[in-house]
Design a protein around this ligand. Structure first.
Ligand SMILES: [Zn+2]
Length: 337
């Protein structure tokens, strides 16, 4: 059953009442994974006439037009002041069509995204993509169970993975790695390939390897799913949200049952992931933070429109605005498919 109703996707490239925000792509990955080569490839293939700015650690970028350096450490932690200074300078020297931030190999991508969302940058920048580059010749941190903590932080935060040297793995091992990268929580993500030459130079081989998690692959008979997306500016009250989440998992008043669910929400304290399956609920801190997002899968006979209305009401009641921040409050959308 596929029912499209009430798609009310709000433009979120404009902060309410403000000028358009500069779109930002954040690139994470271990040292030597191929981040710089990938960014060079993007820069060379950007639309003609577009001005892009690149922010990276001093070791990763030669100074030059549109290139800004973070000195004295890592942009996510001990060099935040330098990163702020570089951001202010590059914003003054705009306008730009896109900013690409190349992270240090040891950086926590989530911390850098949070920095980009602190005033005054939250009104000027819009993080619309977080990409992690994975070196297939060094797959270990991504293959272990559980995943290496920094590898997990890179995968969990990513909206897309780019696999470098994909050809150098055996077919079975590559397939297992691809599945793991594409399907890892919270929502899964597409995996592209990008091959650099042995000297680190990019080649032109770039393309899709896996188009994302099963829910995003066309052709499968889609189960009844309610999905919601709200801009990252929207903040929820963690305590009230947890009460609603417990209610959704237990609700028998609207004919259920809820089969599976995953949601990521920005709260006043941190970003949290709610997962539900086999009758069990969990709620824990999460690196994903592109936007607030919810996916709920129901049994075949569930009246989804009633569920959507209930979710809308619950979430509206759990929304809060952080004091002194006027950019919150943009409405998102819940859709049924
Ligand atoms: Zn750091």
């Amino acid at each position: 059953m596929i029912a499209q109703q009430g798609v009310r996707r709000q433009r979120d490239d404009v902060a309410p009442g403000g000028p358009p925000r500069l779109p930002v792509t954040v690139v994470a990955g271990f040292a030597g994974a191929g981040k710089s080569a990938l960014i060079d490839h993007w820069l060379r293939s950007r639309p003609p006439g577009e001005r892009w700015a690149l922010l990276a650690n001093a070791s990763a970028v030669e100074p030059g037009a549109g290139r800004y350096r973070v000195v004295g450490g890592c942009a996510c932690c001990n060099a935040q002041t330098s990163a702020r200074t570089a951001l202010v300078r590059l914003l003054r020297e705009g306008p730009w069509n896109r900013l690409v931030v190349e992270l240090d190999g040891a950086a926590q991508p989530a911390a850098l995204v949070d920095l980009l969302r602190t005033p005054p940058f939250d009104a000027l920048l819009l993080v619309d993509g977080i990409v992690s580059v994975v070196d297939a010749t060094r797959p270990g941190p991504f293959e272990t169970e559980p995943m290496h903590p920094l590898a997990r932080a890179q995968v969990e935060v990513s909206t897309r993975i780019v696999l470098n040297y994909a050809d150098r793995l055996t077919e079975a091992r590559r397939a297992a790695l691809l599945r793991r990268l594409a399907d890892a929580p919270p929502f899964g993500r597409p995996v592209d390939r990008f091959d650099t030459s042995p000297s680190g130079q990019p080649t032109d081989r770039f393309g899709a390897l896996l188009p994302g998690p099963p829910a995003d692959r066309p052709g499968d008979a889609a189960p009844p799913i309610v999905e919601g997306r709200w801009p990252a500016d929207q903040v929820f009250d963690r305590r009230r949200l947890q009460v609603h989440v417990a209610g959704w998992a237990a609700d028998r008043t609207i004919e259920g049952p809820l089969v599976r669910a995953v949601g990521v929400f920005r709260t006043e304290r941190d970003w949290y992931q709610w997962r539900f399956g086999n009758g069990q609920s969990s709620f824990e801190a999460c690196a994903y933070r592109l936007e607030n997002r919810l996916q709920m899968e129901f049994g075949a006979a569930t009246p989804l429109a009633a569920w959507r209305a209930a979710l809308d009401a619950d979430l509206a009641g759990a929304r809060i605005a952080l004091s002194g921040d006027a950019s919150h409050g943009a409405r998102g959308s819940v859709r049924v498919r």
